[in-house]
Design a protein around this ligand. Structure first.
Ligand code: ATP
Ligand code: MG
Length: 377
């Protein structure tokens, strides 16, 4: 099997690593350069997109912000999974919100803004405080504003107006501020035959809008809610592949924040913590193979490595500590890799998290020290 991935970042890299034992070979389309590259070495393989489409058995994507004309060409080939409709929904908050409403899935109250009048009407209708997000192109908390009170309306409107003017199809989605207790996400796969297999929920810690930590949790009540919403969204889209839903947990009631039509950062823990990792299950789904078990095999926490390209070698000597580098050039705040820390039971995971935290710089890893010290085992 030959799979062409739209996007050539770390997700394509990890899919490639997971595909090798199944003889699934990957090439990646670098959307920025237009090159077809090897997902591990980034070596240019030298054929154009049309050629690559012709040679692929299946086409998939590692991110949702892909120009629509590229998605359309891939869709027409009949090889794209998930469908361009699903990928477009993940890349446009207006389509995403409409999809959640259609699927009958709880989400934050919202309004779409393209003019100053819309902005004022949204403040009236949705209420303050507001979270304002660009409809297109947002990731890792970028393209967002917070409006706490009316004194900031003019300043924020200036910035939002600039954002809207930057692209013909741009708009802002204004959402009610959700006073959540925590954030969780559900990663799961849907096969070509409609079979669904979801992983245990992950509890996520964000720092300045960027994911720092994800930990697999066991909470049957929340898991059932999340799975019901996952199923509704996946069936609505006739989805094939791995899909992630991000939720706000408000006193035990889940609200969907957003969906990601792809393998997801909050599912990286599955590489060590689940019977079959999310990358392999995505490939199994899009290649029409049976899905692998999503069962938890070890308590696991994933720690994102942001803007750092070296870590203490002592980490490699620790039991249950697994480092995954992405082979990227160092840049401030850039996702460079992640660490999966595992234990056979939660007390062991806590002990190991504390030991790992000792080896990590407080400034580069602001969330882990507090998390490890307060981890409930
Ligand atoms: P990513 O791609 O990393 O998931 P993103 O740029 O798509 O991020 P969101 O997930 O929508 O953005 O928002 C980033 C974070 O901001 C959320 O994880 C949450 O912590 C906070 N946030 C977003 N929307 C709201 C809201 N309506 N109320 C309260 N907090 C919010
Ligand atoms: Mg998010």
């Amino acid at each position: 099997m030959h799979v062409l991935v739209l996007g050539a970042g770390q997700l394509a890299r990890m899919m490639s690593l997971a595909g090798a034992p199944l003889n699934i070979e990957l090439t990646a389309y670098d959307v920025d350069s237009g090159n077809i590259v090897h997902p591990l070495t980034q070596a240019i393989l030298g054929n154009g997109l049309d050629n690559a489409i012709a040679q692929a058995d299946v086409i998939t994507a590692e991110f949702e912000h892909i120009p629509h004309h590229i998605l359309d060409v891939c869709q027409r080939s009949g090889k794209l999974l998930p469908s361009s409709e699903a990928i477009k929904a993940g890349g446009d908050r207006r389509i995403e919100k409409a999809l959640l409403d259609n699927a009958g899935v709880r989400n934050a109250k919202y309004a779409v803004i393209t003019t100053r009048e819309d902005f004022l009407a949204a403040i009236d209708r949705v209420g303050l405080p507001l979270v304002l997000k660009s409809a297109l192109g947002g990731y890792d908390g970028k393209g967002q504003w917070r409006l706490k009170d009316s004194s900031n309306i003019d300043a924020i409107w200036l910035e939002m107006a600039q954002c809207i003017a930057s692209n013909d199809n741009q708009a802002i989605v204004a959402e009610e501020f959700v006073p959540f207790g925590r954030e969780v996400s559900l990663v799961g796969a849907r096969g070509k035959d409609g079979t669904i297999a979801v992983y245990p929920l992950a509890e996520n810690v964000h720092t300045d809008g960027v994911l720092s930590l994800s930990t697999a949790i066991a909470d049957p009540e929340l898991q059932a809610q999340a799975q019901q919403m996952f199923t509704a969204v996946a069936h609505n889209l006739d989805y094939v592949g791995v899909l992630a839903l991000e939720f706000f947990d408000v006193d035990g009631q889940l609200l969907v924040n957003e969906i990601a039509p792809r393998v997801h950062n909050s599912g990286h823990w599955t590489q060590q913590g689940a019977e079959t990792c999310q990358f392999e299950n995505h490939l199994r789904a899009v290649c029409g193979l049976p899905l692998g078990s999503t069962q938890l095999v070890r308590e696991t926490t994933m720690i994102n490595i942001l803007g750092e390209d070296t870590l203490s070698p002592a980490l490699l000597a620790m039991n249950g500590c697994h480092i995954h580098w992405y082979g990227k050039e160092k840049r401030a705040g850039r996702k460079m890799g992640h660490i999966n820390v595992c234990g056979d039971y939660s007390g062991e995971l806590q002990r190991r998290l504390c030991a790992v935290a000792e080896e990590l710089d407080q400034h580069a890893f602001p969330a882990i020290h507090h998390f490890a010290a307060n981890f409930k085992s």
